[in-house]
Design a protein. Sequence first.
Lengths: 317, 280
Amino acid sequence: MLYDIFIDPFVQMGAQPDFLIQVLWEGFVSGILYALIALGFVLIFKASGVFNFAQGIMVVFAGLTLVGLHEQGVPAFLALILTIGVMGVLAYGIERVVMRPLVNQPDIILLMATIGLTYFLIGFGEFVFGGEPKRMITEELWLPTGSTAIEFGERGLVLLQHIDIAAAVIAVLMVSGLALFFNKTRIGRALRAVADDHQAALSVGISLNQIWAIVWFAAGIVALATGIMWGARSDVSFALEIVAFKALPVLILGGFTSVPGAIIGGLIIGFGEKLGEIYWGPLVGGGIESWLAYIIALIFLLFRPQGLFGERIIERV
Amino acid sequence: MSAHAATTSGPTGSSPILSVNNIEVIYDHVILVLKGVSLTVPEGGIVALLGANGAGKTTTLKAISNLLGAERGDVTKGNIQFKGEHVQDLSPNDLVRRGCIQVMEGRHCFGHLSIEENLLTGAYTRRDGSGAIKADLEMIYEYFPRLKERRHSQAGYTSGGEQQMCAVGRAMMSRPRMILLDEPSMGLAPQLVEEIFEIVKQLNEQQGVSFLLAEQNTNIALRYATYGYIVESGRIVLDGDARSLRENEDVKEFYLGVGGEGRRSFRDVKHYKRRKRWLA
């Protein structure tokens, strides 16, 4: 038994290094996608302290809008721009209709409001685009679709999907862009100020309404990128929303307020899931991929509740 | 009535930059906190708002800067004029743009931002370009050399005095005409308090910024201010030149903790109580 747990999986890994690399690559890619979803959560949580339950459905909604517009005959890139516009309108609407009237309410009420928003977006999305899954317009957006097989050693072969490579590149660009935005611009600084102290931010003349609309918009753009990447691997459908809950363990691992934390957390969950499923899964009959992430998160909660990179709570005595 | 009495007196000199006329503030639609407060701040003056804990000093300042809304407070009566314009319906950021900014009690620096970033957030509302902002940053560092030393430290890890300086510096970065300074002495060592008031005085004289400062530390406030108002349970009960307030027997007795001859005299206490009742 102990042999099965501690030795055998590593023997297997050593025996087939190409397969191990393939597993790691798969883990890396799903990690990136988890990280993108978590990023959307982090943006909103940082600036408004709201846990946005609707982030998952925003991914679906953005993907559906893009595909739906293209189905209506709008050229792919114009559809992309229009979808960004739609996410902007959505952000402004949410700020106006949901956030503004609920300002200063307890966190739980804001969470409930985002749950309400989730169901509204599900209903509205089905009403406009219908319920059946749609194919992502991958080629039309000039995203690569092929795959490369890399020979590995004597007999090994690792298969890399181009779309996965593109997803990784886009995620890296997006995160660096956000980091620059947060640290170097006036609005970014204001966003961090609001995250620290709402009252003080108000007192120096930062408009909370404006900042909230901006973060929801940023989260909308992240959702759109996630929707495209995820849609390209499977289809765009409402089932994607469930996957978004994987972001929760990612957030617990990485910390709710840390952008790099969301990335690292996503990767850890991605790698952990795939490795666990392939090498340790058979011990318990497989299927551990769906819950392993939550167990990892639970262990983290016990020992490091602020997450790996969560901002230290600065408290002067 | 009391409010009327207060407006007819008030500081003399140049035209008022701020005038608060008989405002009433209610929290949560039920709790009456200010019961008709009136005061004026002359252009370029330092006016002190004095009183004990819970007297209504902070509420008065927040009513002016419009931060009350975020705490479910409402100005239900009276009006507030800043540079001759009615401002009670403006948002806090409109007011900052017009040159009136509050430094909140307890400093409220952005803990995870560096001191320099804190100062830069103060310039959020400005549209006059990064050159001017940079120049102002240097000016702030001249007034507060300590902030320059700690410019790259996270504000949350700096000392209380440095945070207070950071809060005042941050407000100055918005190029205000008037700063509402709430309890700058809170939790600071006496010589630090002195240092901060000294800088306030310099900013007032050299940059022409008017100050309305709420203080519990009556002694130091009356040394730096030109005029003072005393608030008690939501009303102005006394006002006058700083000098006359310092010499006023009641103020000595109740706020400065020193009395002249006969400070134990029953008559003085009665006089004060009588006056309070009358004003109420």
